[in-house]
Ligand binder design. Structure first.
Ligand code: ZN
Length: 162
């Protein structure tokens, strides 16, 4: 489909999605206390975000938000990610994160892109190496946060002898 270069309409649509998430992010706020919180920085561009997630007992991400500043790609990508992972389990969020990274590396299949919903609008970034770190910042921060919290939970239960 993209063998002969980008379909201009698709490219325009992707640009609109990115602009919309950048200018009117749905999840740019602070969740306050009781949320997991992690700062993620991309020094090569100056992107600096703090991601907050609330996780229920059943490992469902009940709410999520981000604060901070950075370029349009980093901000829009974090917002799209939150659209996608709120309401899902942490395992599902990590799985989607892996698919997103795959897409940014230019290795995603069409079925993968469907799962990413609007975040698929960032697939063009695979052709712009300088923006890769911007696009993955939110996702990388989410992955680190969830993996760390899982490790903490495991060591806590090990401590209790379970
Ligand atoms: Zn950036």
């Amino acid at each position: 489909m993209y063998e002969n270069g980008w379909d201009m309409e698709t490219k325009e649509l992707y640009r609109e999605i990115l602009n919309e998430h950048n200018l009117n992010p749905s999840h740019k706020k602070d969740l306050g206390d009781g949320a997991l919180r992690l700062n993620g920085v991309n020094p090569s561009c100056g992107d600096d975000i703090t991601l907050t997630l609330k996780i229920g007992d059943d490992k469902i991400i009940t709410d999520g938000a981000f604060t901070g500043s950075g370029c349009a790609v980093s901000q829009a990508s974090a917002d799209m990610m939150l659209d996608l992972i709120i309401g899902k389990t942490t395992d599902e969020a990590l799985r989607l994160g892996a698919i997103f990274i795959k897409m940014i590396q230019g290795e995603a299949a069409p079925a993968d892109l469907e799962e990413l919903d609007e975040a698929a609008a960032l697939q063009d970034i695979a052709r712009m190496p300088a923006r890769v770190k911007c696009a993955v910042l939110g996702w990388r921060t989410m992955k680190e946060m969830l993996e760390t919290s899982q490790i903490n939970k495991r060591s806590a239960s090990a401590h209790c002898g379970v």
